[in-house]
Design a protein around this ligand. Structure first.
Ligand code: PLP
Ligand code: COI
Length: 341
């Protein structure tokens, strides 16, 4: 299979239309058999539930070219599980988890020419999503839905790649107690748009959200979980019922313990203790691990000892091990790698 003529090493995190996408429709209480299509557009009624009441959720995962030339995805079963929990919270029918993994497989296979080559620094981002598609004007769930999966080749989420970023403590909230912060609902992202535009205008790369009940604890950013490293090399991640359960973060905790022999803690992290950490990073599918060099908390600046030039040593080891597992030069734990071809 011949690869597309794309400047892989200079890709940003942006949408590029690829050849095929998957679509399955839900009607009269059942999903149809699903199919691949070349049509990237969706035609909806003006009163579709997704357009009026934002009944939509999504997932994000990546396909990688391994050192020995295979195409693989990373833990797609966990994305399937998380989408099922998002769907339940939003009163949407679950797209069966085994069919989710199969749909991702088919779309990646059909777009193999767009999977960036090994060593290019780019990957194929995969976006499964679903939405309420029939017209609804009273506030209630739709009766018809569409589940789709598209792909797009991407480079680093933050412009500087692996350069440390600067973030600010945000005065807006991302998620309410007992709200939808723990699921991947489109509405969580809609309400973060004002805050991210404001952050960018003020020169920050991202927002650090605090818990909205007490504003004393670290939650996450608009698109990634936090990872901290203490001065004695313990990896600490915030535990909260209102953050998204990141698959990258869960994988990194395993890597820290079982591959690197580090101590890990998943616990509440108070803003007051952040200044005592040695390293900080953001982790997620899009972010991979993006090092944070500085956090601006209103009139106070927290500068991590790892500095603004490169990743700290522990975060670098975590990054190398995780990407090594994904690219096939470090042996993966059982079931983490799904081979496409
Ligand atoms: N937190 C938020 C709000 C996200 O959007 C994402 C991205 O999916 C993550 C965390 C990271 O999750 P994952 O590692 O499963 O991609
Ligand atoms: C992902 O990492 O897959 C996300 O959905 C985050 C988003 C900011 C692109």
């Amino acid at each position: 299979m011949e690869k597309k003529n794309i400047d892989w090493s200079n890709l940003g995190f942006a949408y590029m239309q690829t050849d095929k996408r998957y679509v399955s429709n839900y009607k009269d209480g059942a999903w149809d058999e699903g199919t691949l299509t070349s049509d990237a557009n969706i035609v909806l009624n003006e009163c579709a539930c997704v357009l009026q009441y934002a009944q939509t959720c999504f997932e994000g995962l990546k396909a990688y070219t391994t050192e020995d030339g295979h195409i693989v995805t990373f833990r797609p079963d966990l994305n399937a599980q998380r989408m099922a929990s998002s769907a339940k919270r939003l009163e949407m029918p679950v797209f069966p988890e085994d069919r989710f993994v199969e749909a991702v497989h088919k779309v990646v296979e059909a777009n193999a020419a767009y999977v960036p080559p090994y060593g290019s620094g780019a990957t194929l981002y995969i976006r499964p999503y679903m939405f309420g598609s029939n017209s609804v004007i009273g506030v209630k769930p739709a009766e018809e839905y569409q589940f789709r999966v598209f792909t797009t080749p991407v480079g680093p989420y933050f412009k500087g790649g692996a350069k440390p970023i600067t973030i600010r403590v945000c005065d807006y909230d991302r998620a309410a107690p007992h709200g939808t912060g723990h699921v991947k609902a489109g509405l969580n992202y809609a309400m973060s748009l004002y805050a991210i535009v404001d952050a960018h205008e003020k020169g920050f790369d991202e927002n650090m959200y605090l818990d909205s009940a007490t504003r004393t604890k670290v939650e996450e950013t608009g698109g990634a979980n936090f990872l901290f490293v203490t001065k004695d090399n313990t990896v600490v991640t915030p535990k909260s019922p209102t953050i998204l359960p990141s698959i990258t973060r869960r994988s990194l905790l395993y890597v820290a313990e079982h591959y690197l022999g580090l101590k890990t803690e998943e616990r509440e992290v108070y803003m007051d203790e952040v200044k005592d950490f040695a390293e900080c990073g953001l982790c997620g599918t899009a972010a991979v691990i993006s090092p944070v060099g500085k956090i601006v908390d209103h009139d106070r600046e927290i500068c991590f000892p790892s500095g603004m030039e490169k990743m700290g040593p522990v975060i670098q080891k975590l990054y190398d091990t995780l990407t090594g597992i994904q690219m096939g030069h470090i042996e993966a734990p059982e079931g983490w790698i799904h081979k496409i071809c």
